[in-house]
Design a protein around this ligand. Structure first.
Ligand SMILES: Cc1cc2nc3c(=O)[nH]c(=O)nc-3n(C[C@H](O)[C@H](O)[C@H](O)COP(=O)(O)OP(=O)(O)OC[C@H]3O[C@@H](n4cnc5c(N)ncnc54)[C@H](O)[C@@H]3O)c2cc1C
Ligand code: SF4
Length: 488
């Protein structure tokens, strides 16, 4: 433990943000980092608990008190080694994770928790700045070939771990560049894409081969892939979007969030023309769906120059404090207000969209909503009920549907006879990540359903361990929370 009295002396302090009127003029990240001495103080707040509940909150089992202590002592190189021993890509989670570790932090019982996520980001940024993040190719190679389908955080983590074990790894990606939702979902203002590129350079130098623009199941059959490789990891994400099948849903201007966001990321990346250009400029925009995807649509619409942005959420507004029944150290469903929400969106809760309205040319002009309430009966799922007399008409020229995802694309699974679970994801147990077809494994959103980056990295790492064991009879790769420090 760094400073015994640290948690008594220092208040929680995280990085601040550039003013709204400045940051919405572009797509750059807008955080203002803390100074080194401020970060040391934040590291000093960690109590090095006998039972560090932060570990159990983190799906990667990050060795949090150890790197907090190293930061307090100014030993950034040691901190970077500890952090990378359990997390292949802390630069993604340090920016984008909702930080379940902080909700589980013991200090959070009666104080503000340790700023674990921000410390993590600063450790990895220091490591890149100092040139400590370098390729670590394996000393020896096996004769085994592994295919990874999908280059999101799950696929990238699996690929790096399997390459470290000495296997020949090829990552297949249907998009033009690797990164999955990190590149073609999450906007640049949350994470600029050079952050992915600098890590990909390291992975390529380590010997991982990337084949982009290859849609497995179409350009290569699942059968060919299975025959050409000794093992296959399916990590294609859960990308099938949920629709809103109501009157007027086919009007021009009713758009899926996951058509809007990837297009904008490509625009920021320099793509000039699109077949169906989707812009929010000068429009009254309604974002339907109150999650991360909805929040990203808000920030993007505001940067386009929308006239107004409203955000509808069908669930009631949560409390800012932990709700009753979700005590520490569990993840609480509290009201989340993102930086995008604060950029000028108006939020409405317990509201349901009933129909879209259009003009004679088929353009969206508005929509109709009702207020709803959730009726709770003990032992049953809450029932949605419309509140009579609350119908309201809204002006709207762009409605963005951010309603979540219903499952994964199952073409490869169908080609290879792989079983699906009841949510149309690939059936594979967390015990070994094996599908019902020998040699085929699944990880990340394609296995667990749409989730979080930290879970995707964790699943990629765990699946790699089981693939390595399948190929070699045993594995020296680490399991969750073990870290791989002796090998770094
Ligand atoms: C808009 C949005 C914002 C989000 N924001 C956050 C956030 O702030 N924090 C957070 O923790 N999580 C966030 N998430 C969730 C997070 O992005 C995902 O949980 C995570 O990316 C899942 O990783 P993955 O590797 O399993 O899949 P993905 O990232 O979905 O990657 C799958 C990849 O596989 C490719 N692929 C699929 N099928 C094939 C095929 N047949 N052949 C070749 N390639 C294929 C896809 O093109 C894609 O590149 C967000 C999600 C969305 C949609
Ligand atoms: S629970 Fe919080 S205070 Fe305790 S070791 Fe983890 S980060 Fe430090």
């Amino acid at each position: 433990m760094g400073k015994i009295t640290g948690f008594l002396e220092f208040d929680r302090k995280v990085e601040s943000y550039a003013p709204v009127e400045e940051r919405v003029k572009n797509y750059h990240e807008f955080t203002v980092p803390l100074k080194d001495n401020e970060l040391k103080d934040q590291g000093a707040r960690c109590m090095d608990c006998g039972i560090p509940f932060c570990h159990s909150g983190c799906p990667l089992g990050n060795l949090i008190p150890d790197f907090n202590d190293a930061v307090y002592r100014g030993k950034w190189d040691k901190a970077a080694k500890i952090l990378h021993s359990t997390n292949n890509f802390p630069e993604f989670t340090g920016r984008l994770c909702p930080a379940p570790c902080e909700e589980a932090c013991v200090l959070g019982i009666n104080e503000d928790p340790v700023t674990i996520e921000n410390i993590e980001k600063n450790i990895v940024e220091t490591a890149f700045a100092k040139g400590w993040v370098v390729a670590e190719p394996p000393a020896t190679r096996t004769d085994k070939k592994v295919a990874v389908v999908g280059s999101g955080p799950a696929g990238l983590a699996a690929a790096q771990q399997l390459n470290r074990a000495g296997h020949h790894v090829t990552v297949f990606e249907r998009d033009e560049k690797p990164g999955g939702l990190l590149r073609y979902g999450i906007p640049d203002f949350k994470m600029e894409k050079n952050i992915i590129d600098r890590r990909l350079k390291v992975l390529e130098e380590e010997g991982i081969e990337f084949k982009c623009g290859v849609h497995v199941g179409k350009d290569i059959s699942g059968e060919d892939l299975k025959n050409d490789f000794d093992a296959v990891v399916l990590s294609g994400g859960a990308t099938v979007r949920r629709n809103l099948p109501i009157e007027g849903a086919d009007l021009k201007g009713v758009v899926q969030a996951m058509d809007f966001l990837p297009q904008n990321n490509r625009r920021v990346d320099g793509v000039k023309t699109f077949e169906n250009e989707i812009m929010a400029t000068g429009k009254d925009v309604v974002v339907i769906g109150g999650g991360d995807t909805g929040s990203d649509c808000i920030g993007t619409s505001i940067r386009h120059g929308a006239t107004s942005v409203s955000n509808f959420e069908i669930m009631p507004m949560s409390t800012v404090e932990r709700p009753e029944g979700q005590p520490w150290p569990f993840w609480p469903m509290r009201l989340k207000t993102s930086t995008s929400h604060k950029e000028g969106a108006e939020r409405f809760f317990s509201i349901s969209t009933k129909k879209f309205l259009g003009d004679k040319d088929g353009n969206l002009t508005g929509l109709v909503t009702s207020e709803v309430e959730w009726i709770k009966t003990p032992g049953q799922r809450p029932q949605l009920k419309e509140v009579p007399g609350t119908e309201k008409e809204w002006k709207c020229e762009l409605a963005l549907l951010a309603l979540g995802f219903t499952g994964s694309e199952m073409t490869i699974a169908e080609q290879l006879g792989i079983e699906a679970d009841d949510r149309t994801n690939i059936k594979a147990s967390e015990a070994d990540y094996k599908t019902n077809v020998p040699g085929i494994f699944a990880a990340g959103d394609q296995r667990r359903g749409q989730s979080l980056i930290v879970w995707a990295i964790s699943e990629g790492r765990q699946a790699a361990y089981h693939v390595d064991t399948y190929l070699m009879g045993e594995s020296a790769l680490p399991l969750k929370g073990e870290g791989d420090l002796p090998r770094v």
